[in-house]
Design a binder for this molecule. Sequence first.
Ligand code: SF4
Length: 369
Amino acid sequence: MRTRKPNSDALYVHIPFCSHLCHYCDFTKRTYDEKTATVYVDALVKELASYGVGKVTTIYVGGGTPTSLTLNQLETLLSSLKPHLKRGGEFTVEGNVENITREKLVLMKAMGVNRLSIGLQTFSDERLKAMNRFHKAQEAIDTIALAKKCGFENLNVDLMYGLPNETLEDVSYDLNHLIELDVDHISCYALSVVPGTLFYRHKIPEAGEDLAREQYDLILKTLRSQGYERYEVSNFARNDHYARHNLVYWDDREYYGIGLGASGYLAGVRYVNTDNMKAYLEGQYRKETEPISPEIDENDFLMLKLRLARGFTLPEFESRYKVAFLGKYQTEVQELTKRGLLQVENDAVRCTDEGIMLLDYVLLKLFKR
Ligand code: SF4
């Protein structure tokens, strides 16, 4: 087990409130109420202080829906985070269309927020309603325009596919509208129906494997043709506008995670905070901790790095694990490269396009030892 000082340059902050609850969502979230949100923001500030966090390169305020907070609550939160951001750092806030207002955008800009991530999901009003999203497609288009007008150039939008009854033509319709938004970062996720959600209780089926694959292939082909780079399994960027904070996770680097249900990775230990609001407000933050053994660390490294189109370099692996990757994984690499799933080129190990689609299989092979 590794024991060492925290070596984190990134901070995740969780806001567990949403103005409504989507039928497919299993994140740590609850319906917004002003009284609880006010004490929660104060508790977050206390948890932050408990780490003695200095300056970090990325801050990500996610949820839930951070923009469900009132202007005052948002100001309290952002003003306590702002001093922790290094010059030139990335400061992202997630938001939803129904509660992003001009006033909140102006406040966020003044507080140094320089990246917004907006949950858009689809341009079909019918599907938005079926998912219990509270906005209409046109409102999403207007919100993106307003964010740009307020000076936000670094924008991410989330798109979902594999939605109930969604055809390939429906995905194509979404993509056409998405491209018109002219944003530099797009995250695309397939709907997954998980226990604890209304979709699960109502037995809403996920898209079949073949259809989901066809939809993903269409997304990949379309976005690439528009100059977007698929730099991670589900993430596309233009003009080098990669999600710097998320790269911390995929690069298997450490980060502070604060808030209800937040996870973090500090000093060789991964942890998850409590999802019990009462306990959290009383300062009992932790639910689980998992010291990372060298074996788990190596598996985590492979699992996270191979999500990235650039993979990892041989010297990087050797310097971290004191063993040559090609020596240790010779048989597996031979098999995976022969099957066209893995590529070793110019000292870099990465999945091919097909390997990214079959990432679970690739990892299963590599995890065998
Ligand atoms: S807005 Fe986001 S976090 Fe909130 S319920 Fe919907 S999907 Fe979940």
